[in-house]
Design a protein around this ligand. Structure first.
Ligand code: FES
Length: 68
């Protein structure tokens, strides 16, 4: 699966956000300090917040398909 850019200004992808969340990032502020995401023009902040929420779900294993 391809990575998708969430923050073009700082070259941050959804995979970078997943990695940051897996390593303990839990807010936009900590994501910005870790990756720079949202710290330049700021127009990605809303999508970055959604990506953090989605990454938390993936980290907990709730986003994985369940085989029947
Ligand atoms: S697109 Fe993320 S700070 Fe500009």
């Amino acid at each position: 699966m391809r990575a998708v850019y969430v923050c073009v200004c700082n070259g941050v992808t959804d995979r970078d956000i997943q990695r940051a969340v897996d390593e303990g990032c839990d807010s936009l502020e900590s994501l910005a300090s870790r990756t720079g995401c949202g710290s330049t023009c700021g127009c990605c902040r809303e999508y970055a917040a959604e990506a953090i929420t989605q990454a938390r779900t993936q980290s907990r294993g709730l986003g994985l398909p369940i085989a029947a």
